[in-house]
Design a protein around this ligand. Structure first.
Ligand SMILES: [Zn+2]
Length: 394
């Protein structure tokens, strides 16, 4: 099958510094006012105008052929995971020209292990537009898409986003992880949990809005307005992130399966280790738990933060033995089947509130600003064996 690549042209007015990039091409005055008066056309010019509309129609038709299927009324737009479903639903609200469906169950959580049912696959056979998080979050998609129509248009919401590798800030990488289907090294595997950072979620919303206005040109203005509304509604969240970072940066944490890396980066937190070994959600061995306990004491790690699907048992053990708090952080990967439009903002705001209660403001003035919140050099730090796992003791 062939999958159409999305060239992702962002129309004017769509988020993050792209506003007005294409202004002028659409033939609309920048302030939306009436076009300037033009002198009466000469007969030759009039003949040109006479032929222009059919020519335009042909160009539009050819453009549609080149761009793939446009969204039509009564089409279904299928989303491959909960966060991008929230984003696509938000953008569609008030347009309601087509249906927006979630392929997974709303209670699925992170869809790394999701296996579609025959009914799910059946829905894929009917969709022409699919929105995915990308970066390998929806591991089931490669196989599932084999049943999709050959002209399915895939909107990759994370396209062009700056990513962190799965090793970001990790001190616990012991050099082993499960086989990667693409044969990549751990340092080459991007962490797919971009959606939990409000900053990157805004870019994902802008990406989807850009693609939707290409596929549904009649709704372009609507998507631009919704994208601007998203930015406005998320501003309070971004302020909370900035305040947290200003007052609490520098705390070190242990998490589960890298779910929080991008949010942690925004908040100025350093994720030094995960409960389970890299690339695995299997429970940690007793030796690993003991080694994590030593790492917590040596590095003065302040909290254990789990996703809702992680086994709380090992985290509880680590928390009580090392004397640090543990909590579950909502990943925004599951929720009600009919969430309110601001569901994402509420979830992340509650996460920040919880973290603020767990991690008190720094008594000392915060350290000098660093790059993007990385406590270690940004990028991919050299893997350091977890003390104790290689027979090494402190
Ligand atoms: Zn995950």
């Amino acid at each position: 099958m062939t999958m159409k690549k999305s060239p992702l042209p962002l129309p004017s007015g769509f988020g993050h510094g792209t506003a007005g990039r294409r202004a002028g091409r659409a033939g609309i005055s920048p302030d939306g006012g009436p076009p300037a008066r033009t002198p009466a056309p000469s007969p030759a010019r009039a003949r040109q105008r006479f032929f222009l509309p059919p020519l335009l129609l042909v160009l539009v038709f050819l453009g549609q052929l080149a761009l793939g299927p446009a969204l039509r009324a009564a089409d279904t737009l299928v989303c491959a995971s909960y966060p991008v479903w929230l984003f696509a639903r938000y953008l569609n609200e008030g347009r309601d020209y087509y249906k927006v469906e979630l392929l997974t169950n709303p209670a699925t959580g992170c869809p790394h292990e999701f296996a579609p049912t025959p009914a799910d696959l059946n829905r894929l056979t009917k969709t022409r537009i699919l929105v995915k998080n990308g970066l390998g979050l929806e591991t089931y998609l490669d196989n599932a898409l084999k049943v999709a129509p050959t002209d399915v248009e895939v909107i990759d919401a994370s396209r062009g986003l700056p990513t962190l590798s799965m090793l970001w800030n990790r001190l616990d990488f012991d050099g082993t992880m499960g086989p990667d289907p693409g044969g990549r090294q751990p340092s080459q595997i991007p962490n797919p949990h971009v959606f939990l950072s409000p900053r990157l979620a805004g870019q994902m919303v802008a990406n989807i809005a850009g693609e939707l206005s290409r596929l549904d040109p009649g709704g372009a203005e609507h998507y631009a307005q919704k994208n601007a509304a998203w930015e406005l509604e998320t501003a309070r969240l971004e302020e909370a992130v900035a305040e947290f970072r200003q007052t609490r940066r520098g705390y070190k944490i242990v998490t589960s399966h890298g779910f929080m890396d991008y949010l942690a980066q925004d908040l100025g937190l350093a994720v030094l280790a995960d409960i389970s070994p890299l690339g695995s959600e299997a429970p940690p061995s007793a030796a690993r738990l003991a080694a994590l306990g030593r790492l917590v004491r040596r590095e003065k790690i302040s909290a254990v933060l789990l996703d809702p699907e992680a086994d709380p048992g090992p985290a509880r053990t680590l928390s009580s033995e090392a004397g640090i708090p543990a909590a579950i952080i909502d990943t925004s990967t599951s929720g009600p089947g009919d969430p309110p439009p601001d569901f994402y903002q509420r979830v992340v705001m509650e996460d920040i509130d919880l973290l603020s209660r767990m991690l008190p403001p720094n008594r000392e003035p915060p350290p000098a600003p660093d790059t993007q919140g990385a406590m270690l050099p940004p990028g991919n730090p050299r893997p350091v064996p977890l003390p104790g796992l290689d027979g090494e003791e402190e």
